[in-house]
Design a protein around this ligand. Structure first.
Ligand code: GBH
Length: 512
């Protein structure tokens, strides 16, 4: 069954690209094959459902490319497993040619199928050795992580940059910070200051971009940027508390990595991570010395350090194909009610809840509206809520706050919906994924209307995810895939009906 139908013929430009996204630890498996080293997730999840086998893309990559082809995808976003190409991770540690070979084959197969690769350099799977050596991305010794990260990135540019023209340094730096610093991975919580972590993330990003621009971009001619996540928050009523809470929540989530003059409304600036390299005075007052300033030299490296998501003021430093990389899932209401710390940090809270608590002043986000009803259809395990209008509001917000004045298009690097219980369902029932189709249909309709009616520029869209995979510490129960994978038997891949819906939508709406 296909739910909904494509509308608005040829509304999108003919160069609009579309496809799906994934991440190495969530799909590859093959955790001991051909010399891969351990990542922090191997260690963290060793006694529970984990990515040892995942959906075995390490051995099924040819089929994965066939799926993308069958779905008419023009792009595929995937990430490199750092410990597969450099098992110990460090600058002076050896390269694993077996790992390099895997990605070479994948890239070549994609190109042959007419699919443009987008590579995420870091989608959360740090080599375990670097965590053990100096506390990884949370280290107080910034130089060490910068050196190791940049050297790893250089390896990727050298080996793959002749064919790969789209690079994302970090997936969701805010979530990376949250995983360790806001207690999502309790084990690493205690030793980690979120500010040190955030600073390290911005610096590894900035220095990697700097290297690419100096050494590789002139010949390779690609673009490089960062992907940020933001769920939408809408005030539950028109009270000043609810309004302020909603605004501050969104502004601080994006502001964790994006800051400065691009945020026109001055009230938002109080929540951003940095203000021209100096710690925002409001944050400094609240967090004191734990919040580190950047040195002028460091700040120079971070300024303008993205071709497709601005990390700060100087948006137009280097004219390549600019766009704003955005991952989006769902929407909640802001009440503006104060919470106590225990509530805000309970296991139910999403990353955005925690950040709102942290930055926007101990406030409550909720899925329950004034009418007592859940804001939208609930996906499994607290993400995401199906609220298409929230996506539209976020697109308008990003366009008006960051993109419009410099004419920078938005690119959606992740968007999707998780269902549950498929283990109990027949294959037919799994394939007939009406809930997911309803989600995609609604969200993509909003995207198309944003282009048509709001004049917002959007260059491309990637659904999360190409196939069911490991949803990190939540295991395999939340299923975000448009493809079912039979992990019980042979890792067989079965396209769900949403792939047909999306194919039809793009066929109909992308200009010829
Ligand atoms: C992404 O992060 C990751 O990049 C990816 O690896 C992961 O598999 C994927 O999402 C799915 O989770 O309660 O409706 O407000 C996601 C960051 C932040 C997205 C919290 C969902 C809550 C949605 N998440 N958000 S809602």
């Amino acid at each position: 069954t296909i739910v909904g139908e494509p509308s608005y013929k040829n509304v999108l430009p003919s160069n609009f690209f579309h496809g799906y996204a994934s991440a190495s630890y969530q799909i590859e498996g093959g955790y001991r094959q051909d010399g891969r080293g351990s990542s922090i997730w191997d260690e963290y999840l060793k006694n529970q459902e984990n990515g040892n086998e995942a959906v075995d893309s390490y051995n099924h990559w040819k089929e994965d490319v066939q799926l993308l082809k069958q779905y008419n995808s023009s792009v595929y976003r995937f990430s490199i497993s750092w410990s597969r190409v450099k098992p110990l991770g460090g600058k002076n540690d050896p390269v694993n040619e077996g790992g390099i070979e895997y990605y070479n084959k994948l890239i070549d197969e994609l190109l042959e199928a007419g699919i443009t690769p987008w590579i995420t350099i870091y989608h959360w799977d740090l080599p375990l050795e670097l965590q053990n050596r100096y506390n990884g991305l949370a280290t107080e010794d910034t130089n060490r992580i910068v050196e190791d990260f940049v050297s790893y990135s250089q390896l990727l540019f050298e080996r793959f940059g002749d064919r790969v023209k789209n690079w994302i340094t970090l997936n969701e730096p805010l979530v990376v910070t949250a995983l360790s610093s806001f207690g999502l991975i309790p084990k690493w919580d205690a030793r980690t200051s979120p500010f040190t972590h955030a600073k390290n993330l911005l610096l590894v990003h900035g220095y990697t971009v700097d290297l690419y621009r100096r050494e590789f971009q002139p010949n390779q001619g690609g673009q490089i940027g960062i992907t940020l996540n933001c769920d939408w928050v809408s005030p539950i009523d028109d009270s000043p508390e609810a309004t302020a809470c909603a605004e501050q929540s969104v502004a601080s989530v994006l502001g964790w990595s994006v800051s400065g003059e691009t945020l026109n409304a001055s009230r938002f600036r109080a929540n951003t991570f940095t203000d021209n390299g100096r710690v925002n005075p409001v944050l400094k007052e609240r967090f004191g010395d734990t919040f580190l300033d950047f040195s002028p030299q460091e700040w120079n490296v971070i300024k303008g350090s993205s071709d497709f998501t601005l990390v700060t003021h100087n948006v137009l430093m280097k004219p390549v194909a600019y766009s704003f990389g955005l991952n989006h899932y769902g929407t909640k209401y802001a009440t503006g009610k104060k919470l106590d710390a225990n509530k805000a940090y309970d296991s139910d809270a999403t990353v955005q809840d925690k950040v709102a608590f942290f930055f926007a002043g101990n406030v409550e986000l909720t899925a329950i509206g004034k009418d007592g009803k859940v804001i939208g259809n609930r996906g499994f395990n607290d993400h995401p809520l199906d609220v298409p209008w929230g996506f539209r509001d976020l697109l308008r917000y990003c366009w008006n706050s960051y993109c419009k004045s410099s004419d920078i298009p938005i690119v959606i690097t992740e968007n999707g919906f998780a269902t549950d219980g498929e283990a109990e369902m027949s294959l037919d029932e799994i394939i007939n994924d009406t809930q997911r189709q309803t989600y995609y249909n609604g969200y993509i309709k909003e995207l198309i209307e944003a282009v048509r009616d709001d004049g917002i520029k959007i260059s491309g869209y990637m659904g999360w995810s190409l196939m069911d995979n490991l949803e990190w510490m939540f295991g395999y129960a939340p299923r975000f895939g448009v493809t079912y994978v039979d992990r019980e038997h042979d890792f067989g891949r079965y396209p769900k009906d949403s792939t047909k819906l999306l194919k039809a939508i793009w066929e109909h709406t992308v200009g010829k």
